[in-house]
Write a protein that binds this ligand. Structure first.
Ligand SMILES: [Zn+2]
Ligand SMILES: [Zn+2]
Length: 432
């Protein structure tokens, strides 16, 4: 049992940040034998009919065994093995959602997601829309979305994140995690390292725009990433301790998002770059890249931008802010139309409140709080350190190693800031 995580389960409390926080997850098991614990949980909760959801890979590594364990205990198991789409990939898209709905019998009481992020996203949506709980059985420590609420889905070729529900319980089997492909383990580390820049972005929002900020959620997110960076050697060698710490970090990051009810603590400009790259790859019908691999590479790029803030004195920053004319709402709308094609109007709507901001007042605020801004920037690890951490788990470090060409990197540095209406280092830089 993981003490660190279990303290939060089922909790509902009024936080110092002013919000009521609630963690709906009832049980988290991170153990060598976690697959067996699923059966105990299912029996304990009186579930007699379950639907097990996997893809062909995750069915082979965990689904098949879980199915026989459940059937040995007289649980009736319906099966949904999500098929690859026309691109030869399992994606959280309309096809997969309809398949799962067709495969789920009316008597099924609970869905069991056996897989990585994509399987979880499909299950999370169908679970929410059919009013059934779901159990999470991660097969790789690749992403921090297991414990969270949002389901990023691809609908009509565009990615959108839809608020759904958290799993009722999570069972992470350390033996299965240790056998995951190295690229997925590295992706989990990449997704975690992104917390360094997402937390800095959130802190910028707090200082510059009085955005709501929860110290507790931010502290837990930082603890989550430090659990991983303190055990990189073990993670690289896939020891039991390493897999445990990485999984704890990923789940803890998910819990921090559940606390505040949004992904702000765990997703900033590094995620916006990642989403932008993903969107373009999708439009060009190129193969998808692992989420955490993209986030890791983007984190190094964003850390470089934070580091650049440290080179400017208060006077230099003030002079630059005074001399810089921020783009008008109209210029932004034109940029968005050029960059986002069919999605443009939705993106413009997403950015409506940011476009209405008084940029001169914001620039004055940046100048007046330059000490705070630099303090936030100093909290971000040096790009070289982040790169070394990624390399330690054999993850890609540069866009080139990831397979993202310079033109796409350049476009994303210009236009990814519009992906979400959140203040980030990318939004700060265009005012400076
Ligand atoms: Zn992520
Ligand atoms: Zn709070």
């Amino acid at each position: 049992m993981s003490e660190l995580l279990n303290d939060w389960l089922g909790k509902s409390f009024k936080c110092a940040c002013g919000q009521q926080h609630e963690i709906p997850i009832r049980r988290i098991v991170i153990e060598r034998s976690a697959l067996g614990d699923v059966v105990g949980y299912v029996k304990e909760n009186g579930y007699e009919h379950v639907t097990l959801v996997a893809d062909t890979n995750t069915y082979a590594v965990a689904g098949e065994k879980l199915r026989s364990l459940l059937e040995e205990s007289q649980v009736s198991v319906g099966l949904s093995v999500i098929r690859e789409n026309g691109m030869g990939e399992v994606a959280a898209d309309e096809e997969a959602i309809v398949q799962l709905m067709l495969d789920t019998s009316t008597t099924s009481q609970v869905l069991i997601a056996v897989g990585t992020g994509t399987i979880h996203d499909i299950v999370r949506f169908v679970s929410h829309r059919t009013n059934r709980p779901f159990l999470s059985v991660p097969t790789a420590p690749s992403v921090d979305g297991f414990a969270s609420v949002g389901a990023p889905l691809i609908v009509r070729g565009f990615k959108q994140t839809i608020p759904c529900s958290a799993p009722e319980a999570i069972f992470a089997d350390l033996g299965i995690l240790a056998a995951a492909p190295q690229a997925m383990i590295a992706a989990g580390v990449g997704d975690m390292l992104g917390k360094h820049t997402s937390l800095a972005d959130w802190a910028l929002g707090r200082v510059l725009l009085d955005e709501h900020y929860c110290e507790l959620s931010a502290r837990l997110t930082l603890e989550a990433v430090e659990l991983c960076t303190a055990h990189l050697e073990e993670i690289a060698q896939r020891t039991e301790l390493g897999m445990r710490r990485l999984m704890e970090g990923l789940i803890l990051s998910g819990l921090s998002m559940l606390l505040v009810g949004h992904s702000r603590p765990a997703s900033g400009a590094e995620h916006h770059l990642s989403h932008y790259w993903e969107m373009v790859l999708l439009q060009q019908r190129r193969r998808a890249l692992l989420h955490g691999a993209k986030v890791g590479v983007a984190t190094v790029l964003m850390a470089q931008r934070y580091q650049a803030l440290l080179t400017l004195t208060e006077g230099e920053a003030a002079a630059r802010l005074a001399g810089r004319q921020a783009p008008s709402a109209q210029t932004d709308a034109e940029r968005i139309r050029a960059a986002y094609g069919a999605m443009a109007e939705a993106i413009i709507a997403e950015n409506a409140s940011a476009m209405g901001v008084d940029t001169c007042a914001l620039q004055a605020r940046i100048a007046a709080t330059w000490g705070d801004v630099q303090h936030i920037a100093r909290g971000v690890p040096a790009p070289s350190l982040l790169a070394a951490w990624l390399a330690a788990v054999q993850g890609p470090v540069t866009p080139d190693q990831l397979g993202v060409e310079p033109a796409l990197v350049e476009a994303s540095l210009q236009d990814a800031l519009f992906v979400r209406n959140r203040f980030t280092i990318l939004r700060l830089q265009r005012l400076l």
